[in-house]
Design a protein around this ligand. Structure first.
Ligand code: ADP
Ligand code: GLC
Length: 479
């Protein structure tokens, strides 16, 4: 039995701000249980709901040396859906109402978390062969593992994997503060280690020190080796190309299943969607104050409202889109300029555009089920889960050909009647509008073809099975 430890800052169902939580929450369930045991460690944030807090058991606590400080580390645990979870407790660091705040606080918080995640292992008597780290918040784990934990004994031979879910976020702060917070020797802050452009960089540390580096799609693994997508680390990514691979994310098919989803109005499958999916549309239109019309094409967006997701393109041509026979529904929170942009369009095109500027798991499910199409014109997209959910719900994705969007949505080919969605290549508003209008044409004038696209989308297999197998191979190659 191979033992693996996942270390991450978010994990469904406890805490989620984006796709990272979906992946950390789902992937451990899909390994071959006879060969791999995967446990997960995340922070015990104060805001985790009482439903989960009540189920946590206190294991023990101790004080951990951290630079010149001695810090309290509490360990809580619980088992859920067959997976063992540890929660690192420290009220000073994890008291806020969301996982991330000011970066100068976050760098200290996640240095503590990374060191604690390693320190608890002998205490809970779990000795993994591989530590699998996710994103910059855990970038110091491979560094600490090589630095202070590696000398003989319990940690000897432990390997680490660093998965990049988004290269844009690297955890960057000045060297002096980071040195003080981490207790790492000054010799670590050189350009071949943690230093980048004069600052300390957590993700860079992870990439340099991990035994293997992965990212969440094949195309993104290629893209980040170029200056356009490399976020100033493309040189490093090229240097580590031999250790780098792209494994596309899957989707938790237990959680996202239109035929069993208890949050939507009317369940449907690839066999019944022609008749039943539209009932969800009519209900959503009613709930959100859109004109109730089963014929109109309803386009959905569920997203963090950030630059990454391509909202500048939508801003540019929204007035043109709204001249067409479409309705648009947006669910998201994030940068104020995009929140206000969608509020503005909802006011300007009442009955046609609905803006839900909040976070809601339930509304998300309803939108995926109700819409005919899903728009995701990302500037870059490491993988993207929203388009996978859309495919599963027969909600035809319209995407930009980048990263995981390119790897998971097969563009419609009207001559061969193949494909599961629509796509465009360049980051250009009118190219996006062109793809949207092409989709509108198929939706209104060639309904049979549209339904076949939706049917193929629903039948495409993006369950975790295949990708979990690729992680298993990666682990086997390491141990
Ligand atoms: P990212 O991780 O970059 O945000 P992904 O497409 O990988 O993008 O994952 C986004 C996840 O977050 C999806 O599960 C999506 O449904 C969900 N999500 C985003 N915004 C909201 C929201 N406002 N309410 C509910 N779920 C949301
Ligand atoms: C990041 C990426 C997204 C990816 C998710 C999970 O948040 O932006 O594309 O799907 O991580 O890997």
């Amino acid at each position: 039995m191979k033992k693996i430890l996942f270390v991450a800052s978010e994990c469904v169902p406890f805490v989620k701000t984006g796709g990272l939580a979906d992946v950390v929450g789902a992937l451990p369930k899909y390994f071959d249980k006879d060969k791999y045991e995967v446990r997960v460690v995340i922070p015990n944030y104060k805001f985790i709901s009482s439903e989960w807090k009540e189920r946590m058991q206190f294991v023990t606590s101790f004080y951990m040396d951290m630079a010149w400080r001695s810090q309290y580390v509490g360990i809580m645990e619980l088992e859920h859906a067959g997976i063992h979870y540890y929660f690192i407790d420290n009220e000073y660091y994890f008291a806020g109402d969301k996982p991330y705040g000011y970066i100068h606080e976050d760098v200290e918080k996640f240095a503590f978390f990374s060191r604690a995640a390693l320190s608890i292992l002998p205490v809970v008597d779990y000795q993994p062969e591989i530590i699998h780290c996710h994103d910059w918040q855990t970038g110091l784990v491979p560094v600490y593992l090589k630095d202070s934990f590696h000398e003989g004994g319990f940690y000897a031979g432990m390997k680490s994997v660093m998965t990049i879910h988004n290269l844009k976020f690297q955890g960057v702060w000045n060297i002096k503060t980071v040195q003080d917070a981490t207790g790492l020797d000054m010799s670590y802050f050189t350009s071949d280690k943690l230093e980048a452009f004069g600052d300390a960089n957590y993700l860079k540390g992870g990439i340099v020190y991990a035994d293997r580096v992965t990212t969440v799609s094949r195309t993104y693994a290629e893209e980040i080796q170029t200056p356009s997508f490399g976020e100033h680390l493309d040189g490093l990514m090229r240097a580590r190309a031999g250790a780098l691979s792209g494994i596309v994310n899957g989707l938790d098919y237990e959680e996202w299943d239109p035929s069993a989803d208890s949050l939507i109005w009317k369940n449907y499958s690839a066999k019944t969607f022609r008749k039943d999916k539209v009932k969800n549309k009519l209900e959503l239109q009613k709930e959100l104050g859109l004109a109730q019309d089963k014929k109109v094409m309803l386009v959905g967006i569920v997203s963090r409202l950030t630059e990454q997701k391509g909202f500048d393109l939508i801003d540019c041509v929204m007035d043109e889109i709204c001249q067409d026979a479409v309705q648009i529904v947006v669910l998201g929170t994030g940068e104020e300029r995009y929140e206000n942009m969608f509020r503005h369009f909802a006011w300007k095109y009442g009955g046609k555009v609905a803006a839900c500027i909040y976070y809601s798991e339930e509304t998300a499910h309803k939108i995926y089920a109700a819409c005919d199409a899903f728009l995701m014109p990302s500037q870059f997209e490491p993988c993207g889960l929203s388009q996978l959910i859309s495919l599963r719900y027969g909600t035809v994705p319209i995407v930009r050909e980048t990263g995981g969007l390119r790897d998971t949505v097969e563009p419609y080919n009207e001559f061969e009647e193949t494909g599961t969605g629509f796509s465009f290549l360049n980051y250009n508003a009118h190219e996006m509008l062109g793809a949207l209008r092409y989709a509108e044409g198929i939706y209104y004038d060639r309904r049979r073809s549209w339904n076949l696209i939706a049917e193929r989308a629903m039948e495409a297999d993006f369950s975790w099975k295949h990708s979990a197998g690729q992680y298993e191979e990666l682990y086997d190659g390491l141990a």
